[in-house]
Design a protein around this ligand. Sequence first.
Ligand code: SF4
Length: 405
Amino acid sequence: MELVNSGYTWKMDPISIYLHIPFCKHRCGYCDFNTYAGLDNLIPEYVDALVDEIVFFAAHKSQKLNAHTIFFGGGTPSLLTISQIEKIMNAIGDSFNLTADMEVSLEANPGTVDFEYFSNIRSMGINRLSMGVQSANSIELKILERQHGYSDAILAMEEARRAGFENISLDLIFGLPNQVLADWKENLIKAFSLTPDHISLYSLTVEKGTPLEKQVKNGIYPYPDDDVAADMYEWTMDFLGENGFAHYEISNWAKISGGGEINLSRHNLQYWKNKPYIGFGAGAHSSIGGYRFSNILTPRKYINQMSEMKPNKFPRTPTSIEVQLIDKEVAMNETMMMGLRLLQQGVAKNDFKIRFGQDLEETFKDEIRELLKKELLKWGGDSNQTLLLTKRGRVLGNQVFMKFV
Ligand code: SF4
């Protein structure tokens, strides 16, 4: 029997591979990702465990799966040495059929990378960088407790280009405490001058339990102003739109080439299209073979659990926890929630019908009617057969996504 993942079969769709590298030099004050400072000594053992997990997964499938994107995320994947990255890439190459034009991304923090490092990883097949610039303003970088200065970001961009990277994305954060619209404009214009191919922008959230939350509670910084953040977002849509970038996902803009092609993140598209992906490493998430699951959170426990090699039912691995079966209803809701994030592609009636065998408008009759009435959704695309967020819906996206939880 063909294993089905939420309506997609593995025969039809290549999968995406995520690798979590949960180590950082310092934990930034706003960060609530699964990452740890001061555990660098665990990295060699962790890489071995990661390779074991990849091999374990592949060994339990009689035929190699096709994969078309790989993403080294974190944490700070650029803390791995060249030989550690090579070890992981070799394990993936032995375990999957990799498509010839595959996208292989690595998150890099300015200040942790240089020309030699970039050249080496480029020659290993990594062809996309996601650079954690976050801000071009030294006071803001201090508020965020980033370990780099903007000059490190400029240097990292220059050296990455020189090493042959033609696909570089920048991450920036807006809506910081004390940040006014003029600060954000200056930030974005400066970062834009680094000539990125893709830009991911996130509005700062003061996460529970972070040092930033404490600082805000203690009055050291004011709580970020949501209205100012909304103004920044609106201005960003205009600025990047006028400067050759397509706003293709709520938080993501991609350069439009001379031929009109959009340089979007193929790896993230896999998530937004609700297609199968496998995550390796501590805390990594997977959605594959009709199941969603995540891995045990801490690097130490992950390493220990992998060394025990406890058998687990495919597609799970010895470190998988929190397994959830994705039934049709869940898959349909998730397809809406993720797909509507894609501003031009949205959710097409026809695609929905092919995937789930039922009509989109019938399935979500009440939700769609209400969201159309509130002007948060609209019909668009070819012959008005695709459900899309309106401009208002982009700003108030959470009100839309909540309907499909
Ligand atoms: S570098 Fe990124 S992952 Fe690491 S602590 Fe800072 S925000 Fe978190």
